[in-house]
Design a protein around this ligand. Sequence first.
Ligand code: C2O
Ligand code: CU
Ligand code: CU
Length: 486
Amino acid sequence: MTMTRRQALRLLGVGAALSVPGCSLLGRTPLPRLLTSGAPLPRPYTVPLPLPAVAKPYRTDASTDYYELVQQQAEVEILPGLRTPIWGYDGQFPGPTIRARSGRRTVVRVTNRLGAPTVTHLHGGHTPPESDGYPTDLVQPGTHRDHVFPLEQRAATLWYHDHRMDHTGPQVWRGLAGFFLVGDDQEEALPLPSGERDVPLLICDRSFAADGTMPYPARPDGPGAREAFMGGVLGDVVLVNGAPWPQLAVDRARYRLRLLNGSNARTYELALSPGGSLVRIGSDGGLLAAPRPVDRVRLAPGERADVIVDFAAYRVGDQVELRNLADEGAQARVMRFTVERNVRDDSAIPTTLSRVEPLDPAKAAATRDFEFTSGDMHGHTGWLINGKPFDARRVDARPKLGQVEIWRLTSDVAHPVHLHLSPFQVLSAGGERPSGPPEWKDTVELREAQTVEIITRFTGYRGRYVMHCHNLEHEDMAMMSTFEVV
Ligand code: C2O
Ligand code: CU
Ligand code: CU
């Protein structure tokens, strides 16, 4: 019986791994589940690392750069010898990288040539509400929408991705995500590695059916089936910039790696093997005040970390793996660097990177509590914030423009919580203050049964925004809440 069921599921390409526990310590709360590939998978570190194309503005004037991204289907070779249908911005996965400037208006026209409505959100953008990609601001097939990004914000590694209500998980899984890098003069004046040694790495997991497709578990209405993947969808292939366990030839020099976890539900703990230090220089919201050498970087879905790796610490011919300590076997592998040649390296890591002004809890005008749990949602199980499923007609908080607030976020199982519009600083996690000086974040991981306090100041724009869990299956099953800046 078990075998038959497994075989049947494998044929569909949706075999849930039996080794992954379906439930957590907290009773029946579902955890993410692994989809097993039916396709033959390549040996790790045999495919070269691709770099996403850099988008060119179709028009530029004194104040503004104008871009167009066309969402379309395409077939790409992800696994050697197989064709994989994707949905991509400009038919690419990841989509083209937009390189923008802090304070320079950037207008992105998103044209939908897919067969389904879409919504595009700039994650980490300080964006007016009408351009932010509220989950019901649908762009219908055959139409377009102009997103205006004033980018009155710090230099940072941002990303854009689909945000359609109830459908973000499948639409991002099919490929709708890309980098959006904001630069500024101050950052450019630093001697950090740049050009070919400034490498964006979008890390995500996918699974492949025997024919090369990336099936996504359906959301059937039957009660049991619906719940099977509500904890989150995990793939068994780790992709970096859309390539399976790729490899990159590097010089004996410093590299800036812009790490982005673009996975639906997988959390990584990244480290170098056979050892070596990662020097963290940036977080979701741009440069830290000072560099911080670490031996690992944990990234929940939606989070970013900019790190410097100095390959001069290795010898020519050495192979350095980027590994994921949060898992075993194939999913413990991410990518590999091959140290190829000696070069002159003029880069450096300055001891001061930027100014990060701490937000003062004594100035907070309000404290709000948000509980992230599973629970009953119209007769079946869903993900709730303060006991309620997402409803676009309801506003759950009305912070005042300019006001400093403390938000206390509490979890049942782990939830990576993301706030639109307003970058924040973490005050405490599990009752403890963070180990380093404050940094700007837009996504924070609540570990299992934990309270995380964040502090933020609502600036820039009045209007409707969302806060949500960035486990995309949790988000699609209603773990989202609207706040309105008034
Ligand atoms: Cu990266 Cu509201 O999302
Ligand atoms: Cu966002
Ligand atoms: Cu969640």
